[in-house]
Design a protein around this ligand. Sequence first.
Ligand SMILES: [Zn+2]
Length: 505
Amino acid sequence: MSALPGISTWGRANPRDKPWLRFRHAWGGLAISAAIVGGSLVPRAAAQEFDLVLRGGRVMDPESGLDAVRDVGIRGGVIRAVSGQRLTGAVIVDAQGLVVSPGFIDLHQHAQQPDDYPLKAQDGVTTVCELEVGAADVDAWYAAREGRTPINFAVSVGHIPCRMAVMGDRPDFLPGAKTGAATRVADAAQLAEVCRLIEKGLARGAVAVGFGLQYTPAATEREMLAVFRVAAKFNAPCHLHMRAKGDTGPQNVFSSVLEIIAAAAVTGAPAHICHVQSTATRSTPAVLQVIAEAHARGVNLSVECYPYTAGMTDIKSAIFDPGWREKGAIDFKDLQWPATGERLTEESFARYRQTGGLVIVHANPEEIVRDAVSHPLTLIASDGLRGHPRHAGTSARILGHYVRETKAITLMQALAKLSLLPARRLEERVPAMKNKGRVRVGADADLVLFSPDTVIDRATYTQPDLASAGIPHVLVAGEFVVRDGAIQAGAAPGRPVRAPLRAAP
Ligand SMILES: [Zn+2]
């Protein structure tokens, strides 16, 4: 780096780049940029220095608050200029009438196979993270995706899959209600092995530690604390599906949120509460109040929600253990089987619980979801799974329904919840996230261009795979993955988002 005041040198971010110097001179309130290319000073605008220019869009950056018409110049996968002057480049995209925003970062996305990514990209998502369930073998998870995905990807090391491995469960997405991971209290050796697997995953660059305490009811508070202590050594956030629903009995949603707050306060590991509205249901405003109070007292807490009144999970999991109707204040008729669209009865519930499979759970009134979406602390994460419209429609539903149609939040607030807040949640653990979730010089060119007048989700409970509308362009590292509304077949600019590696235990 140059030590000359006012001049910064830029390294060769891309081997094809020419070395160049850049300086900015503030004059009359106007920032003027120039480049020294090949030894001669030329005005920036005259040089073909950008691979791509997004021309004349409404650039919205939730970090700086910038909301103005700008040209964005991209080279080598990085934003190199955000300018009120006209920029030129090898490719020019007319962005007039479109918002240019940071690409959306989804911290909670289960479906992560090749066929699952296009619908996410068409919903403006440029980074997907599986942080709640996570993986036991972090190296294998990254290796399976590297170089093959349109969008960026990240995983946590999961307490659920590590516990399933230690208890000898058959590998599956979630443990069944009667398996060892759900029913057996860990002895000292098993607890040590769970902690060793968690530490190994963190050493291999897992970005967080995932928990699903409602799926592993035999995991004690002591076990949870032990895993939090491992996370704290790596400053890794713990992403948790809370232990219990309901607001009565010894285990309820309040005892659940309090045990998470206590674990974060005791160990110092940051804690992130998953899909608050689907666990807390009608107690969501009261639970958010508890989270906000702890946050105000300095506990490192964050919280997410998704913009749908129904949830979805495995019917054979411990979530549907006896008492689920009382705890969730729902009944058989509130369950919907996606394959047939039927609402369940006592008889069909018993039948499907034998075979297993994902079931839609209609559990929330609209006001609860609106309260969760508009709360200042919540960030938006989809909990994406195929079969539920949240996989394909979460971002566009926020921008179309909650910003434009019902005005529950402003457009800038929505963009912060979709991009900046998720980036900030991970950036202490993963420094590369400091260059995501922003539209500024030096940030990764992960960008979404959408029409604020037409953006809307199209996915429904009966047609969950309909792509969102009004999002014509999505860029990852400066490369189109969606262009003119169409997925770019074969585009694979997605990169692993991974914490620094350490020696594994
Ligand atoms: Zn969950």
